[in-house]
Ligand binder design. Structure first.
Ligand SMILES: Cc1ncc(COP(=O)(O)O)c(C=O)c1O
Length: 446
């Protein structure tokens, strides 16, 4: 039998697979990599070349590829139950997962509704909020608020509360308008301002909007602590605390999209724990299944749940997806939560995050970077590239050079970021930092 090589798979893929978030013509210059297997933080292609997965395969992989404990749990689950519909039926993995997640919120958010992708979880939170107000005799509360630079996914409802022009503009006429308020992005600090000052300034805009239109607004949606897709824009937890107070005062739901920042990414299991608040809805996906299977969910309060509980079928939340609460995906999530408990992951990540920051210190003080920033296991900096043409191609040039240096990193514009899996040992931390510095130097040198 003919042995397929990397280039065979690449050619076949380019003919038959339409790749996500990609201008396909760019693959005339930028390499497409055919992965044959993966282990720990490493991806391997068919020629045995390896790539250190510095962005956890789009921020999903927490405990490395082919993790023995998650693999074992999935193999066990596979022989018991792969999937059963969740309307009229339930099963052990979905019940246990819901209970464990509720416990992680101190039972503030005790009801879990499941889907597969992050964007679907966002749709669910938006619909639940809207429908809750309608069920509560407040059908006039129909509007949504999002932040400048927000990203909540690509489906039509999620895109309506997204503020990234590149993803949104082409579909403008399809989308329902939402209010866009200032981002508390700490990079917006003026001379002498702290990140808390920026948060207070940003919250004033929300306050004004709520005072004017709070009775028409169903919910505000926020990515807590780090707005990832816009370029790792980080803000003070104070913003979330002040926002919670405003939402309470004006009876507006607070939806926290923890799809990217949840599951320990910012240093606590939920990012909002750093502000000592709970939202009305939290959306989780990506890391929750350890990066193995598509799983997303919305956790909400008893109050919201009770708003739907009725004899009347139309007051129920009739949303569904075929794979809602998939047993295999829930089992992967249970194995993931078990690793958090057994390995004291949050404490060990503090050490990893500090070592990574230290190893990247030459970039923090580099004359061609600014805004070196970190929240837990997310580190980012902005490259200074004064030539507009070179600035426009920075990300692609960086990616290609990274690949040549056994590294998977995909800058967002000129923001270079690292979001590695929580398994790096000291050598891998040093290797990740050294490769990043080498690639950066070569890309800015031309
Ligand atoms: C904060 C946030 N929300 C929602 C999404 C959408 O998730 P998915 O791509 O699984 O639909 C993403 C994806 O990157 C995200 O970062």
């Amino acid at each position: 039998m003919k042995q397929e090589t990397s280039s065979d798979w690449v050619a076949r893929s380019l003919k038959s697979v339409w790749h996500p978030c990609t201008q396909m013509q760019h693959h005339e210059q930028v390499p497409l990599i055919a992965v044959s297997r993966a282990q720990g933080p490493w991806l391997y292609d068919h020629q045995g070349r390896r790539y250190l997965d510095g962005i956890s395969s789009w921020w999903v992989n927490l405990f490395g590829h082919a993790n023995p404990r998650i693999n074992a749990a999935l193999k066990d689950q596979l022989d018991k139950l792969e999937h059963a519909m969740l309307a009229g039926f339930t099963h052990e993995p979905v019940v246990e997962l819901s209970e464990q997640l509720a416990a992680l919120t101190g039972h503030a958010l005790g009801h879990a509704f499941y889907a597969s992708d992050g964007a679907s979880a966002v749709e669910i939170a938006l619909k639940m909020s809207f429908h809750y107000w309608r069920n509560s005799g407040r059908a006039d509360k129909q509007e949504f608020v999002c932040l400048q630079g927000s990203y909540h996914g690509e489906t039509v409802g999620a895109l309506a509360v997204t503020d990234v022009a590149l993803f949104k503009d082409a579909y403008g006429p399809l989308l329902r308008a939402s209010h866009v308020v200032a981002s508390p992005d700490a990079r917006g600090a003026t001379e002498g301002e702290t990140e808390q000052d920026v948060a207070r300034r940003a919250i004033q805009e929300v306050e004004q909007l709520f005072e004017e239109r709070g009775n028409k607004i169903a919910a505000i949606i926020v990515e807590p602590l780090v707005q990832c897709a816009t370029g790792m824009a980080m803000h003070s937890p104070l913003y979330l605390k002040l926002l919670r107070e405003l939402c309470d005062k004006h009876q507006v739901h607070l939806i926290l999209d923890e799809i990217a920042v949840g599951c320990g990414r910012t240093g606590t299991f939920f990012a909002c724990e750093q502000a000592a608040i709970w939202p009305d809805f939290v959306c989780l996906s990506k890391g929750i299944s350890g990066g193995y299977l598509p799983l997303s969910l919305v956790l909400t309060t008893g109050q919201v749940y009770q708003g739907f509980y009725s004899q009347d079928v139309t007051r129920g939340f009739l949303h569904s997806h075929s794979y809602t609460g998939n047993a295999l995906a829930c089992r992967a999530a249970l194995a993931t939560l078990q690793i958090f408990r057994e390995d004291d992951v949050l404490a060990r990540n503090r050490d990893r995050a500090a070592k990574l920051a230290q190893a990247l210190a030459p970039l923090a003080g580099h004359e061609r970077t600014r805004h070196f920033r970190q929240r837990g296991m997310i580190l980012a900096f902005d490259a200074i590239e004064p030539d507009p043409e070179r600035a426009a191609t920075f990300s692609r040039r960086f990616f290609s050079s990274a690949v040549e240096n056994e590294l998977l990193l995909r800058p967002i514009g000129r923001t270079v970021y690292l979001m590695p899996p929580y398994v790096l040992n000291d050598d891998e931390i040093e290797g990740l930092a050294a490769r990043t510095i080498r690639v950066f130097e070569s890309v800015i040198a031309g």
